[in-house]
Ligand binder design. Structure first.
Ligand code: KIV
Length: 271
């Protein structure tokens, strides 16, 4: 699945996206999705951070590489982390080019609106596909005063619309819309020439994305309203660990079927 193939899905078959951070997870998801996002949400989901601000380029490269190793079909997009691209379009190019070269991913995602349009134009003109991200922008959690739904009043909604248009005009191939009221998602989807990929943005999007650990019930620190749980792996893991611990303590594990050379004994020279 290529970047142009994703872009061509505007108004067509919904684009299915999930996050992935590791090779085994990428292998599990690959056949079922169109796009795998190596999101900087990994800071919270697998490193236990309070938000995404502490995620580094090195983390993104290591996990991006791991995901690319596990995919055969899906388009892989890697997030540019906080502080690695905002200072200038030149800094953004250097970071994005490094991420592309060292991960083998198909493109990068960056957060921002009107203020990032020049940067998006600079990257896309130089062969770096960019997935935009407007609405609730987790890297701006401090200035937003928390993870807050966007577009609840007219000036706020107008700003998000301007942001989406600016990033699409600058050349982004698609746009993540996060945490917005339905009416705004609908307007963005109707007005942008590129596919919108919603997360907490209603069904009025050209595709959907969720954090995989949320839908699997693996990340249980909190469950946002927009997440649907498709499995409860957290309970499954705890039950497996409990059963293993009980077996070891009761000397039921390992059994003979887990041992090498049972009943054979080492051959030793006699005398
Ligand atoms: O970091 C991330 O995983 C994301 C998605 C949730 C859109 O940005």
């Amino acid at each position: 699945m290529t970047v142009p193939a994703i872009a061509a899905r505007k108004g067509g078959e919904p684009i299915v996206c999930l996050t992935a951070y590791t090779t085994p997870m990428a292998r599990c998801l690959d056949a079922h999705v169109d796009l795998l996002l190596v999101g900087d949400s990994l800071g919270m989901v697998i490193y236990g951070m309070e938000n995404t601000l502490g995620v580094t380029v090195e983390m993104m490269i290591n996990h991006g590489r791991a995901v690319v190793r596990g995919r055969e079909f899906a388009c892989v997009i890697v997030d540019l982390p906080f502080g690695s691209y905002q200072a200038s379009k030149f800094e953004a190019y250097r970071t994005a080019a490094r991420v592309m070269a060292e991960t083998g991913g198909d493109g990068v995602k960056l957060e921002g609106g009107v203020e990032m349009a020049e940067t998006v134009a600079f990257l896309t003109a130089r062969g770096i596909p960019v997935l935009g991200h407007v609405g609730l922008r987790p890297q701006s959690v401090k200035s937003m005063g928390g993870f807050k739904v966007q577009g609840k009043n007219a000036p706020d909604a107008d700003q998000v619309l301007r942001d989406g248009k600016a990033i699409a005009e600058a050349g982004a191939f698609a746009m993540v819309i996060e945490g917005t009221v339905e009416s705004l998602a609908r307007e963005l989807t109707d007005e942008l020439p590129v596919p919108t990929i919603g997360i907490g943005a209603s069904a009025y999007c050209d595709g959907q994305i969720l954090v995989t650990d949320d839908i699997l019930g693996l990340f249980t620190d909190f469950t946002p309203k927009f997440v649907k749980r498709y499995a409860d792996l957290n309970s499954g893991i705890k039950e497996a660990a409990r059963a293993y611990a009980a077996d070891v303590r009761a000397r039921k594990f390992p059994g003979t079927e887990h041992c090498f050379g049972v009943d054979q004994g080492p051959k030793r020279a006699s005398g």
